[in-house]
Design a protein around this ligand. Structure first.
Ligand SMILES: Cc1ncc(COP(=O)(O)O)c(C=O)c1O
Length: 379
């Protein structure tokens, strides 16, 4: 079996991720920040360590500003619905995921916000100057996907961070966190949404949001936090303000270990390996005449995610044959991102997405290419 669907969810996970979750259920099992007994304190320690590891990875100076959520979607909803109010204007490129576009379109349809969608190029490149020219007096948010989940294109965050100035800058790092280096200070990021189960190597059901000091989001959930229990007013301090309800302790423990794995290896080493795999895949794809490759076709400007189509074949047929005949897992279709497929010219049929990760090998790239060659040339 060859797993080329890491942009959807990474697999396999480092063994220590799985081990930490098993260990939590076997030896700790209780709720953090609630009962105060020794097992509860051990659970709280796991959450604390995961928060510290993530803060280290993104250069967040005060870890309490890093909120745990259930996934990137949850974090993006908190950022968008928690920030925007009547009369606000938002700028976003044309390649955003539905987890950004749907909350924005919801607010637009309700007449709450005004939205400018700035077209990206066919390869997925953003024009920072076009973003800058769209700024109005009432612009309250610039929301940008760091790395495309369809073609891998990496956005120039540092440049956009400078342009955004005092306007809150929200980055969707679902595809990039752990795979591309992120420094919230250097990049001027005010809100950073990430998911645990992709290139951070954590389990599903984990994610988070960094919220810069001075940005006040309306919490979307109120309730028990284990703190200030004497009061019927929801706590106004972080992280409790945005973390009501019992957390996914086992999941967060696993995520903490995933991030530790990345910190030990170094994002650069992971990036180098993934760039080499991308290079090797792209070079050989070029030789197969029947295959069209979308996106930058440049490993240093993309994550290890490559979208293709095979002449005369539906993406769904190619994905089906890769799975059934060659045991190669990919994802076909629109990838929860119709905006990108419209931008790159593949709407409504979509593409076959080949997305690699740190655990993929050159041998696997070779086997995938052989399978694609066979599908492309033998009826
Ligand atoms: C760019 C992007 N944003 C947001 C998401 C949503 O992530 P999650 O499903 O973990 O909420 C994804 C997941 O595919 C993504 O690729």
């Amino acid at each position: 079996m060859i797993y080329f669907d890491n942009a959807c969810t990474s697999f396999p996970k480092p063994p220590e991720v799985v081990e930490s979750m098993r260990d939590y259920y076997l030896r700790i099992g209780s709720s953090p920040g609630r009962s105060g007994h020794s097992l509860s304190l051990k659970a709280a320690r796991l959450i604390f360590e995961a928060r510290e590891n993530l803060s280290h990875l993104f250069n967040v100076p005060r870890s309490e500003r890093l909120i745990f959520t259930s996934n990137a979607t949850d974090a993006l909803n908190l950022a968008i619905l928690g920030l925007l109010t009547e009369g606000d204007h938002v700028i976003t490129p044309s390649m955003e995921h539905n987890s950004v576009m749907r909350p924005l379109k919801y607010l637009l349809k309700k007449g709450i916000i005004d939205l400018t969608i700035v077209p990206s190029s066919e390869e997925g490149y953003i024009d920072p100057d076009a973003l800058r020219k769209s700024i109005r007096k009432n612009t309250r948010l610039i929301a940008v996907n760091h790395a495309s989940n369809v073609v891998g294109t990496i956005a120039p965050l540092e440049e956009i961070g400078k342009i955004s100035g005092n306007i809150p800058f929200l980055v969707d790092a679902a595809q990039s966190a752990g795979a591309v280096s992120i420094d919230i200070e250097q990049m001027g990021i005010d809100l950073l949404a990430f998911t645990g189960h992709k290139s951070l190597y954590g389990p599903q059901g984990t994610g988070g949001l960094f919220v810069r000091e001075g940005i006040d989001l309306k919490p979307l959930r109120l309730g028990g936090t284990g703190s200030k229990s004497e009061s019927w007013d929801h706590p106004d301090f972080l992280p409790d303000k945005y973390e009501s309800g019992t957390p996914n302790t086992a999941g967060i423990a696993g995520l903490g270990q995933g991030v530790k794995f990345i910190l030990n290896k170094g994002v650069d080493e992971i990036r180098q390996h993934e760039m080499r795999l991308t290079q090797s895949l792209l070079e050989c794809l070029e030789d197969i005449e029947e295959i069209t490759v979308y996106g930058p076709r440049n490993p240093s400007e993309q994550t290890p995610t490559v979208s293709i189509n095979v002449r005369g074949r539906e993406a769904s047929e190619v994905g089906y044959r890769l799975d059934r005949e060659f045991e190669i897992m990919t994802r076909v279709g629109l990838h929860c991102n119709p905006g990108t497929h419209k931008t790159i010219g593949t709407f409504p049929h979509g593409t076959v997405r080949l997305s690699m990760g740190y655990f993929n090998t050159y041998e696997e790239v070779g086997q995938v290419l052989e399978a694609l060659r066979e599908i492309a040339t033998i009826p």
